[in-house]
Ligand binder design. Structure first.
Ligand SMILES: Nc1ncnc2c1ncn2[C@@H]1O[C@H](COP(=O)(O)OP(=O)(O)OP(=O)(O)O)[C@@H](O)[C@H]1O
Length: 312
């Protein structure tokens, strides 16, 4: 359904690429987790897909095919219509997505009417149904409340309800639960998982927290310095990561029985001063001279000259 091929996004003024040849596919109903440290290019990759890039950053290569059409070649107006209809977004801060001077009901009903030829009454009923579905108690009553009258967790549920409102084919969620406490985070994730399974909506779930994807994502894509460095089914990634960076991320995840959390030393390279060879080489515990000379494409799911043993 979504087929991204060799996507390159760069800072226009300097030509510095921040998304460097990213390729992946998402199938209907699939949850693809995108993980990586801050600055690895996750958000810019996602914003490239739907033309929400900040000023001064633009796609400079590749293809984004969605339902058979190339989104990078689509006129602004068509793309605007796709957003909120076939493709919905959820951001970290729900206050950005919600209008503070309108009730939740007013903005939700409008979100339906903007995309569906239904009566106001039918739109209202649909909103109540979806609010209930994401765990908002007394949804009919809550429709009359303003965003500030909700707790942070409830507000994010409203935003998630809005994303599912028009049965989109794809939802792109960028750190959607990062600001919430862990219990609420896992409740919301469980609800999204069952909604995605029921509706066939595919989810592109962006997070810096690998542990969040366990038991949630079907497939995981790990990004580093603007590139995909590992991609595999979630089961495979969690059982046996191949790239040393993924393995390091895994060791930083607190799990029962792990007495020591390993912290990966160093920081990712500046994108305008990338090292020759593998971008991770300066921090890699398995680095060999070859790694500092040559980069690799993703082979057998990982972009590494000396991947960890695959028990896959
Ligand atoms: N408006 C901007 N102008 C110039 N560079 C930017 C801008 N926004 C982001 N960048 C750069 O693009 C790169 C990728 O950023 P991006 O936000 O995609 O990373 P991320 O993995 O989503 O990290 P985070 O989780 O912190 O958002 C970073 O090096 C960042 O500094």
């Amino acid at each position: 359904m979504l087929d991204v091929e060799n996507l390159v996004t760069a800072i226009t003024a300097t030509g510095t690429p921040i998304v460097r040849g990213v390729s992946f596919q998402v199938q209907p109903g699939q949850i693809l987790g995108v993980v990586g440290e801050s600055g690895s290019g996750k958000s810019m990759m996602a914003y490239s897909l739907i033309d929400l890039l900040p000023r001064g950053i633009a796609i400079s290569g590749g293809r984004v095919s969605f339902d058979g059409q190339d989104l990078t070649a689509l006129p602004q107006a068509r793309l605007r219509h796709l957003r909120g209809d076939r493709i919905a977004m959820i951001f970290q801060d729900p206050m950005v997505a919600l209008n503070p001077v309108l009730t939740i009901g007013e903005q939700m009903v409008e979100a339906v009417l903007a995309h569906r030829p239904v009566s106001r009454k039918a739109a209202h009923a649909r909103c109540i149904e979806v609010l209930g579905r994401v765990g908002i108690p007394s949804p009919e009553e809550r429709m009359r409340a303003y965003p500030h009258e909700f707790s942070g967790g409830m507000r994010q549920r409203v935003v998630i309800a809005i994303a599912f409102l028009n049965d989109p084919a794809l939802i792109i969620a960028d750190e959607a639960t990062t600001a919430l406490d862990v219990t609420i985070q896992s409740q919301i994730i469980a609800e999204i998982q069952s909604l995605a399974a029921e509706t066939g909506t595919a989810i592109l779930w962006i997070t810096h927290d690998l542990s969040l994807l366990s038991g949630f994502a079907d497939h995981v894509m790990v990004m580093y310095a603007g590139q995909v460095i590992e991609t595999a089914s979630a089961d495979q990634i969690f059982a046996a990561p191949r790239h040393p960076y993924t393995a390091a991320l895994m060791e930083a995840v607190p799990v029962p029985g792990r007495t020591r959390l390993v912290n990966l030393p160093g920081v990712p390279p500046a994108l305008d001063a990338l090292p020759k060879g593998c971008a991770f080489a300066p921090r890699c515990p398995r680095v060999q001279p070859l790694c500092r000379e040559q980069t690799l494409p993703v082979i057998d799911g990982s972009r590494c000259h000396f991947p960890l043993e695959a028990s896959r």
